[in-house]
Design a protein around this ligand. Structure first.
Ligand code: AMP
Length: 195
């Protein structure tokens, strides 16, 4: 199973992606997590991108595409994956298309999560209390939300035009949203039995 999970910050992509990964026995790949691990370890990539991420900006496409291509080439990705936070730009959509073409694979579905702006802000504030992310400051949050609207939201239409997108309301409790995602994927024709 090869899935993308998309939606604005605070919508619950990471939480839902982890549950889907567990159910389907596939790795959950979050580009944000990979970048934060590089920053924590002080790798040259981490040093290069820390300022950008803390300010709520996007890491350049070329760096991001390379990170994803390397991760998808690892053995645990052979049977599928769920990508969380990638692609975020149209260039990244094209880069992912090329990676998939090269491997003879295709995306099974794109899960698009939505929640009202007020709910997103509420969840981001709850996350600040729990995780204390360096990029969860008001200016960076605002920048990320506006970059999402400008760069990433239009990608939902790209995948919708390909007939791949399932839209799911993510304002319910975690387990209810997860059940709703599973129902949508089943209606879409995918085998949703736990592996
Ligand atoms: P996330 O954990 O998905 O909110 O990502 C945290 C930050 O990592 C983002 O605000 C960006 O600075 C960076 N990032 C994550 N994924 C991408 C991507 N696909 N393209 C560019 N930057 C990204």
């Amino acid at each position: 199973m090869r899935l993308l999970i998309m939606g604005p910050q605070g919508v619950g992509k990471g939480t839902q992606a982890k549950l889907l990964a567990k159910r389907f026995g596939i790795p959950h790949i979050s580009t944000g997590d990979v970048f934060r691990a590089n920053i924590a370890e002080g790798t040259s990539l981490g040093v290069q991108i820390k300022g950008l991420i803390d300010a709520g900006g996007l890491v350049p496409d070329e760096l991001t595409d390379t990170v994803v291509a390397q991760r998808l080439a690892e053995p645990d990705c052979a049977g599928g994956w769920i990508l969380d936070g990638y692609p975020r730009t149209i260039e990244q959509v094209h880069a992912l298309d090329a990676m998939l073409l090269g491997a003879g694979h295709r995306i099974d579905a794109v899960v698009a999560l939505r929640a009202d702006h007020a709910e997103l802000i509420k969840r981001i504030h709850e996350r600040i209390a729990i995780e204390g992310r360096a990029d969860d400051n008001p200016a960076a949050i605002e920048r990320r939300l506006s970059l999402y609207d400008k760069e990433t939201a239009p990608l939902l239409n790209v995948y919708k035009d390909r007939g791949l997108t399932v839209f799911v309301n993510s304002e319910d409790k975690i387990e209810d949203t997860q059940a709703s995602i599973i129902r949508h994927l089943a209606d879409y024709g995918l085998d949703v039995n736990a592996r």
